[in-house]
Each structure stands twice: as structure tokens, then as C-alpha cells.
Design a protein around this ligand. Structure first.
Ligand SMILES: [Zn+2]
Length: 316
């Protein structure tokens, strides 16, 4: 039996609605933005897609984006951010060189923004790229889709410990506090709002990788950040929170380092250390399901007497 005209029309409409819904769900796995203070939004990336968190800071005439993440996430952010504010994104800050934070760079440059980072981010990219980008191309459609063979380094870098953007709306400080998670770790500090964006120098959960780190120094770097007395922590991965994220991340790193150091001093092999090292339950939020990789990296750092990131290593 032939469908009446009106029923066909409504079928077409419902097909269109389904198409719109699936397009929406394709990107809405990332959490909706949370406004942490007037004009400061925390955009939690979809962890299953490998995305980091991003932050949007509204200035008088423009926006600052902290961490563009992977190209797939950058494309989501390019749709999401205009719903928060019609002002243009002028600066895109890379907290560090890792792909899940910085691989969206070139898309923002093409959109007219200036990518910005501590000089150590550019140095890390020179050190490790294009190998990591090209490895990511074999695994990720979004990296391949950019059509480039290397990450685009930040167009603007700062040296020293601080770079400040200031206008009638607010002050934003970009800080370098030392080598922790990577040699390029940059922090974003809003002194009036007491909001601190940490990148992966402090994350909320068992989400950190230690390959490029200086594990002995890292907790001291976090101590410097804690001395700012932030009220709100916006981490590179996991939920937003307070100072407990800094304290927890630093304590986990100290406990891990001390436990592995005891093994090294006792002449225990790395294989046995991987079995023996246990951390207190107070570190649970930061302990990965399989701690073998972390233990191995810390073991190498202690044995070599050099930061793990300064030893030959391949990102895994
Ligand atoms: Zn990282």
C-alpha cells in the first residue's frame, strides 16, 4: 500500500532528526562546559577519545583557549566555544607538547589564533617529533585528517618564569615552575579568581604518564604551584576540584619514588620491584590499574641518577 503523502513527509523529517541527533552524540561524549567563574569555562574532554580537558578564558575583546587537545577535540571546541562567547579565540596555550594537548595547534592557526607556550614546549617538539605525530597518524583518524606530517609548534613562546596577559577584564599569568611532567610544563594562573590550570603537571585520577618526566623534581614543582594558594584546580585530565588535586598528585609521586628507591637501595631487580612496590591507599586516586610501567620508569631514573625524560625512551 502506498504511504499517504503526509506520512512520507513525517518519515523524512524523523530521518533528518535522527541524523542531527547522531551528529550531536558524536561529539557530546565530551562533558558540557562548566562555568567556574564568570567568563571562565572548564571543558572536560571525552577520555575515551583520548582528549584532555580544555579551558576557555574570556577577556575584554577576545578569548584564550588552554589546550586545544587532538584535532578531533579542536573541531568540537570550534563548534562549542561560539556558544559560550562570540569573541574570537586569539590565543591558544599548550600546557605541554603531548599530542592529546597540542595536536590541534595548526587548526587554530588556520582559524586566525596565535598558539602560545613556554619555550620548553617547542624544545620538546623538536626533541620528540615528528616521530610521535607520525605514530599517532597510524592510530588516529583525526591526526591523519589534518593532512600534515608533523605537529605545528607554538607560534609564540615565552622564556623565564612568567608571561602575563592583562586587560580591563582580568589578568592571566602563564607560568613555568620547573620540569615535572615534561620539560615544557606551563601553568595558567588567574590570580583574582584563584583558578589554576595545571595541564598534566597535576591530574585528577590515574591518568599520568611518566616517560618525559623528572620524577624527583616533579613534586617540588607542584609545591610551588600550591604556594599560590589556588582555590580551584582545573586539571589536564579528570574532574575539577581544589588543592587536594595538587597535594594528592605530589604525594603519589613522592610515595612512588620513595618506594622504588628502597627497592633500588636493597639491590632488588626491576622485575621484582614491579611485584613488591605497594603504595598507601591514600594514593588510590592516582594509582593506575597496572603500575608496572610507572615503577619501571622511576627505577630507571633512580638507577641512572638522571631524570627519566633525559634517558633514551620511546613513548608507549
Ligand atoms: Zn601529558
Amino acid at each position: 500500500m502506498r504511504q499517504p503523502r503526509s506520512a512520507l513527509g513525517s518519515l523524512c523529517r524523523s530521518a533528518a532528526i535522527v541524523a542531527v541527533m547522531s551528529a550531536a552524540t558524536a561529539w557530546s561524549a565530551s562533558a558540557p562546559p562548566k562555568e567556574m567563574a564568570p567568563g571562565v569555562w572548564f571543558l572536560e574532554g571525552d577520555a575515551h577519545a583520548g582528549y584532555c580537558n580544555s579551558i576557555v578564558i574570556e577577556m575584554d575583546r577576545y578569548l584564550i583557549l588552554v589546550d586545544p587537545s587532538y584535532p578531533g577535540r579542536t573541531r568540537e571546541l570550534m563548534e562549542e566555544i561560539p556558544r559560550l562567547s562570540r569573541k574570537p579565540v586569539r590565543y591558544v596555550f599548550d600546557t605541554h607538547a603531548h599530542g592529546d594537548h597540542a595536536y590541534g595547534n595548526s587548526l587554530w592557526t588556520k582559524a586566525g589564533a596565535t598558539t602560545l607556550a613556554y619555550v620548553g614546549v617547542r624544545d620538546e617538539m623538536q626533541r620528540y617529533e615528528p616521530l610521535r605525530w607520525q605514530t599517532a597518524m597510524t592510530r588516529r583518524d583525526d591526526v591523519r585528517s589534518v593532512g600534515e606530517n608533523n605537529v605545528e609548534p607554538p607560534k609564540m613562546v615565552f622564556r623565564g618564569h612568567r608571561f602575563v596577559l592583562h586587560d580591563p577584564t582580568r589578568t592571566v599569568e602563564f607560568l613555568y615552575l620547573g620540569w615535572g611532567h615534561t620539560r615544557g610544563d606551563g601553568w595558567v594562573w588567574l590570580p583574582k579568581e584563584r583558578i589554576l590550570c595545571t595541564g598534566d603537571a597535576a591530574v585528577n585520577g590515574p591518568r599520568n604518564k611518566l616517560w618525559d618526566a623528572n620524577i624527583a623534581n616533579w613534586p617540588k614543582v607542584i609545591d610551588r604551584a600550591a604556594a599560590l594558594h589556588p582555590a580551584t584546580i582545573l586539571p589536564g585530565h579528570g574532574d575539577a576540584g581544589g588543592r587536594e588535586i595538587l597535594l594528592g598528585q605530589a604525594t603519589f609521586l613522592r610515595d612512588l619514588y620513595a618506594a622504588v628507591q628502597r627497592e633500588v637501595q636493597d639491590g632488588v631487580s626491576v622485575e621484582l620491584a614491579r611485584v613488591e612496590v605497594k603504595l598507601p591507599s591514600t594514593d588510590a586516586n592516582w594509582i593506575p590499574k597496572d603500575m608496572a610501567q610507572d615503577i619501571g620508569i622511576v627505577y630507571s631514573e633512580i638507577q641512572a641518577g638522571k631524570p627519566a625524560g633525559a634517558l633514551p625512551h620511546v613513548w608507549q
